[in-house]
Design a protein around this ligand. Structure first.
Ligand code: KIV
Ligand code: ZN
Length: 381
């Protein structure tokens, strides 16, 4: 099996759907350029029929960004597809992403269609879209809650109609990893023409399992992951790009897959997206949070100072962070304090250090963190 996993970034489409986020065309270009440098394979740039502003963003990104496939979302409607094709015209490489729901919930309450009607609508949309590009991705919204037998039929028919990538969204973040694994594996094993398409994981984070589900999908044979920077997106968000990329990298012993991402740019990309979207990254966020490479307890500091790998599985340089940090708090020990003082150019004989350490603990008990200025004052005293 091919071991290259394609990274489909949807920060500018699903990510921008985060409540409270609004990106200008200029913001989108800035983020888009960074995503191209980062090495994403497909960049979902928007939903052109949704507003004139979104049409303009997709068209501008299609014109400005080179070396990446630009994708636009549509419903399974001719007008949507025509508008998306128009916006994508200037792109070097273009993809139309169309589809509709497959779960009973979506068919009955949202689409108000029978399974047969929805299948026919999807197949017709794919055939229509093929006149504009041969790169067609088909999404089966709410696959996570759908009847697998129906999903298999839809996949078979839309591949016959010309879809080349099949997106299997867990739209509501309902599934757990074992279930999502079997959904993808079931499709690959049961659909006779499954070898003609790439399968894509698109997971939402309502139960905090988006990254785990996406990785389970890769284990099952999916070779595209749909992600956003910092995991932003509708409700609890999408799968975080940086988490999946680093999990595939660090656990390559198990996944044996690679992406084309330059991991050294992950932190800078995360910070740019946070700044432009106004969505702060929680301090303890995996891979890119401010605390991700910071150690504050004495036991951990002692271990990390002896050998980094005792408490760190990711070398911070790998994601573009300068270094691991030793944070001084009331839980820190002698080794951590000695290290920070040494960094500042102070080394003390043992009994003077012991006195300083006791004074340090008194200060540390009064505040969250002991900073360099506090240390300097202690030393002066
Ligand atoms: O979550 C979802 O199902 C989607 C589709 C529109 C691809 O974002
Ligand atoms: Zn989504």
């Amino acid at each position: 099996m091919n071991n290259r996993v394609l990274v489909f970034d949807t920060t500018l489409r699903d990510g921008e759907q985060s409540p409270g986020v609004r990106l200008s065309v200029a913001d989108k270009i800035e983020i888009g350029r960074q995503l191209v440098d980062l090495g994403v394979d497909i960049l979902e740039s928007g939903f052109p029929i949704s507003s004139p502003g979104d049409f303009e963003s997709v068209e501008t990104l299609a014109r400005e960004l080179k070396g990446v496939t630009i994708c636009a979302l549509t419903r399974a409607r001719q007008k949507d597809i025509e508008v998306a094709a128009e916006a994508l015209k200037p792109a070097e490489r273009r993809r139309i992403h169309t589809g509709l729901g497959v779960s009973a919930n979506h068919l009955d309450f949202k689409l108000r269609m029978t399974k047969e009607q929805a299948l026919e609508t999807g197949v017709n949309a794919v055939k229509f879209a093929r006149q504009y590009t041969d790169d067609i991705e088909y999404f089966m919204e709410d696959s996570g809650r759908a009847d697998p037998e129906y999903v298999y039929r839809v996949v078979e028919e839309v591949i016959k109609a010309g879809a080349t990538t099949i997106n299997v969204p867990d739209t509501t973040g309902y599934t757990y990893p074992n279930e999502y694994y079997h959904l993808i594996k079931g499709i690959i094993d049961n659909v006779p023409n499954s070898d003609k398409a790439i399968f894509s994981c698109h997971c939402h984070n309502d139960l905090g399992m988006a990254t785990a589900n996406t990785l389970a999908g890769v284990m099952a044979g999916a070779r595209q992951v749909e992600v956003t920077v910092n995991g932003i997106g509708e409700r609890a968000g999408n799968t975080a790009l940086e988490e999946v990329v680093m999990a595939l990298h660090i656990r390559s012993d198990k996944f044996m897959c690679q992406t084309g991402i330059d991991t050294k740019q992950l932190l800078a990309t995360s910070r740019m997206v946070s700044r432009l979207t106004g969505m702060t990254v929680q301090r303890n966020k995996a891979v890119v949070g401010a605390n991700a490479y910071a150690h504050s307890s004495g036991i951990h500091q002692d271990g990390v100072l002896k050998e980094r790998s005792t408490y760190e599985i990711i070398d911070p340089h790998l994601v573009g962070a300068e270094k691991s940090e030793i944070i001084l708090t009331a839980r820190s020990g002698r080794h951590g304090l000695k290290f920070r003082l040494h960094e500042m150019g102070f080394d003390f004989p043992d009994e003077r250090f012991e006195h300083l350490y006791n004074e340090f603990l008194k200060v540390a008990d009064t505040k969250q963190e002991v900073y360099e200025d506090d240390l300097r004052e202690l030393v002066n005293r």
